[in-house]
Design a protein around this ligand. Structure first.
Ligand SMILES: N[C@@H](CCC(=O)N[C@@H](CS)C(=O)NCC(=O)O)C(=O)O
Length: 236
């Protein structure tokens, strides 16, 4: 007869083996699921405005994304089906799981984490978010300048004031990036913003050489360059 303690020991071994195999089954399944490459559908209007820096990020990442451009007449039907009744929205499809993210900067942060365009630590992410928020404010000011017919004073005052902030911060970081030692989504955001300068771009960037260098660096990256060469031409 086996001793009671030996029986218990064998039982524990069996249960442990089953626990390990259940655990490894779960892990294999989890890893398989995560290896499925997601597909992206990026929905915005047929303009650059708040969507173009996301298109830059998706292009930089080499993500095969659907560039879904909504016509004004189709917007009323789509609006109630978006998370907050506004665009842009990024749809991420992984297997049968579909997730929609709204808010341009939330989309940028998600993609940045996926494609190494985020910070290396919490402090760097805090700084990157800070620049993102400031560029978001500049966007809002641009939007109200357009609505109030005040683009001239916007480009003469508010824009250069903001670019001076960014130029100074780049001088402080000393290496051609806004934060840390590598490219972040805030660098891409800042570079893409210069699209809105149109004919003013050359003059404006002559005043901000560090931003000009960053802009050239971003736009000469092959995937972004390819996007710029092939993207639809739009007014805004
Ligand atoms: N904070 C939001 C703002 C989004 C926003 O204002 N979207 C505008 C276009 S730029 C929109 O969807 N307008 C149509 C509407 O509100 O019905 C973001 O950054 O994504």
């Amino acid at each position: 007869m086996m001793k009671k303690s030996t029986c218990l020991f064998i039982l524990a071994l069996i249960l442990n083996a089953q626990y390990i195999s259940a655990f490894s089954f779960y892990h294999n399944f989890y890893n398989f699921f995560n290896r499925i490459k997601p597909t992206y559908k990026f929905t915005y209007f047929d303009i650059k405005f708040r969507g173009e820096f996301i298109r830059f990020i998706l292009s930089y990442a080499g993500a095969n994304f659907e560039d879904n451009r909504i016509k004004p007449e189709d917007w009323p039907a789509l609006k109630p089906n978006t998370p907050f009744g506004q665009l842009p929205v990024l749809e991420i499809k992984r297997g049968s799981q579909v997730t929609e993210i709204a808010q341009s900067q939330a989309i940028a942060r998600y993609l940045a984490a996926e494609f190494n365009l985020d910070g290396r630590n919490k402090l760097e992410n805090g700084l990157i978010d800070m620049y993102g928020a400031q560029l978001g404010d500049l966007f809002n000011a641009y939007g109200s300048a357009i609505n109030n017919n005040q683009t001239e004073s916007f480009f003469n005052q508010i824009w250069p004031q903001n670019f001076q902030f960014f130029e100074d911060r780049m001088a402080f970081n000393k290496n051609g990036f806004l934060v840390g030692k590598r490219l972040s989504w805030a660098d891409i955001y800042l570079s893409q913003m210069t699209d809105f300068l149109g004919d003013r771009k050359e003059d404006m960037l002559n005043r901000f050489p560090l931003i000009r260098a960053l802009d050239q660096r971003v736009r000469s990256m092959p995937m972004i360059d390819n996007w710029i060469q092939t993207r639809p031409i739009t007014d805004l």
